[in-house]
Design a protein around this ligand. Structure first.
Ligand SMILES: Nc1nc2c(ncn2[C@@H]2O[C@H](COP(=O)(O)OP(=O)(O)O)[C@@H](O)[C@H]2O)c(=O)[nH]1
Ligand SMILES: [Mg+2]
Length: 266
């Protein structure tokens, strides 16, 4: 994952913010984003939240031409929401697409550093688990889940990424176009791992930038047992396929070497 030397300008930037029951958090996070990166446009991807986040989003968009809202009929998970956002951003000609939570865990003030890093990369991950990264206010079980999940990903998939589950990211549009988005089926937070795995396998330049993640103060996390189960199931499946392919390659190499040795002996 070498770092190309010459910076490549990003072009127009779209910040995607998925929301489900974030009525109180949303106005603040959008205001902070607009202040921190005024040149970027914002797209709120709203899944018909019962708490009335939709009307709040519409009100923000009415007062700011750089804020847009996509209303989706029902909650379909983070992966589906982001895929809809990627489609929109690519169709609108944005050069870079940002993923950011609505609950203040991802600090808009740290986005500039990610965007600068994206001038030298295809995918930038705001990482909690590299040197300089941190997590504030997480209970022990969430910390263990994230660290354990990332360790599992590294062991099974052999990816040199410390925080593959992280959700504060910048993708270059050119990178998204290479990832065959129509075949991405992860629904929950496993989506982040799948996208990272695809980026690494496609030979894209993936860079981790340390961030401070702050657990939400308002509203509830949507993390659930189902989301964890989906991740375990999918990552185990990808790992089995990957390790199987590695073994098959090694067996093939050994057969070739044996045949060469026999040939030399003739
Ligand atoms: N549109 C949409 N947003 C979602 C969905 N699930 C979670 N989110 C949003 O994704 C972000 C991260 O969710 P959160 O519950 O804070 O996850 P946690 O930080 O891992 O506990 C927040 O902005 C949520 O509102 C969903 O199904 N649809
Ligand atoms: Mg959160």
């Amino acid at each position: 994952m070498a770092r190309p030397q010459t910076p490549r300008p990003l072009g127009r930037v779209a910040v995607l913010i998925p929301t489900y029951n974030e009525r109180e958090n949303l106005p603040r996070v959008v205001a902070r984003t607009r202040a921190a990166v005024p040149e970027a446009d914002v797209m709120i991807i709203e899944d018909n939240s019962p708490d009335g986040t939709g009307p709040v989003a519409d009100e923000i968009a009415t007062g700011d031409a750089q804020v847009h809202v996509m209303h989706r009929p029902r909650k379909e998970g983070l992966g589906a929401a982001y895929l809809a956002g990627f489609d929109w951003a690519l169709s609108q000609g944005y050069g870079a697409v940002v993923e950011m939570d609505a609950d203040g865990s991802h600090q808009p003030e740290q986005l500039r550093a990610l965007l600068l890093a994206a001038e030298h990369a295809d995918l930038v991950i705001g990482s909690r688990w590299v040197s300089g990264g941190s997590v504030r206010n997480w209970p022990a079980h969430r910390r263990a889940l994230s660290l354990g999940g990332n360790r599992y990903v590294r062991v099974l998939l052999g990816m040199p990424v410390s925080d593959a589950t992280a959700g504060f990211r910048v993708y270059r549009a050119s990178a998204l176009r290479r990832l065959d988005l129509s075949s991405v089926h992860s629904q929950g937070y496993c989506f982040q791992v799948e996208m990272t795995w695809r980026a690494v396998r496609s030979g894209l330049t993936v860079v981790e930038v340390p961030i401070e993640f702050i657990e939400r103060q308002i509203g509830d996390s949507k993390m659930s047992q189902d989301i964890v189960r989906e991740s375990m199931r999918r990552i185990t499946g990808w790992g089995a396929t990957h390790r199987g392919q590695q073994l098959a390659t090694r067996a093939r190499q050994m057969r070739v070497r044996r045949a060469e040795a026999q040939w030399h002996r003739l």
